[in-house]
Design a protein around this ligand. Structure first.
Ligand code: GLN
Length: 241
């Protein structure tokens, strides 16, 4: 079996070790003998490269980089990512990327950055006085009841529309907005999350869920991944807990 991962804006959107998510997806495929390739999709890359991929990843960014990538995403890549997510292609959008897939992100200064409207959500950074939501964070994934651990740092507060399901319930930390007790969102096979850290190395169950979904979509059959020895990953997870 073969998978191609699209890594959107690796040069602009990859804070707090987000590239670790790509390393983990790649390694966990290779350990199972899955032939895996990563396509870096930058401002210059044509969308035809994106369209050939089976799994999408986009990481976080500071507001300046977010604006640069945001213009390109809205005009060029976003509509194709929307089409792919609608078809069931799995995706992981972290922090600024999670904000991008909503309707808009309003920074505390300047105009709102319109999003691709893939997820029914919006994000606002209320003012320069509003404290950033920073720190180590723990949540429980709603569908599996398994914990996820990570680190968050965002000024934006994200609010989900009523038809969009949250990804997890916050146990410690802030999550989407520090008010409603939820973290991230899930739409079809796509996950949006505020967890950096990065997310996947310390939460191997999320990595495997994405890989299995990508293979299921591509090969049209139920996939049970070969077990891997995750002793170290779970040790790190428990330590963070
Ligand atoms: N610029 C966004 C915010 O502060 C995203 C930050 C990030 O990706 N860590 O809300």
């Amino acid at each position: 079996m073969k998978l191609t991962i699209a890594w959107l804006y690796p040069d602009l959107m990859s804070t707090y070790g987000d590239r670790g998510n790509i390393i983990v997806l790649t390694k966990r495929c290779q350990w199972r003998g899955i032939d895996v390739g990563v396509k870096e999709i930058t401002l210059e890359t044509s969308v035809s490269e994106l369209k050939k991929s089976d799994l999408i990843f986009m990481g976080g960014a500071q507001d300046r980089q977010q604006k640069l990538a945001g213009t390109d995403f809205l005009k060029h890549k976003g509509p194709f990512v929307k089409e792919m997510v609608e078809k069931g292609i799995p995706a992981l959008f972290v922090c600024a990327a999670y904000q991008f897939v909503g309707h808009y992100y309003k920074p505390y200064q300047g105009d709102p950055i319109p999003g691709a409207g893939i997820f029914d959500l919006y994000t606002e950074h209320p003012s320069d006085q509003a404290k950033r939501l920073i720190g180590n964070v723990v949540a429980e994934v709603i569908s599996s009841k398994k914990t996820i651990v990570g680190f968050e740092n965002h000024g934006g507060r994200t609010y989900l529309g009523k038809n969009l399901a949250p990804f997890a319930k916050v146990i410690k930390g802030f999550g989407n907005n520090g008010e409603d007790g939820y973290e991230g969102a899930v739409y079809k096979n796509a996950i949006g999350s505020y967890f950096h850290g990065p997310l996947l190395p310390k939460n191997p169950h999320v990595a495997d869920w994405l890989i299995a979904k990508a293979l299921e979509e591509k090969y049209g059959k139920k996939i049970k991944l070969v077990e891997s020895d995750d002793t170290l990953e779970w040790h790190a997870h428990r330590f963070a807990l």
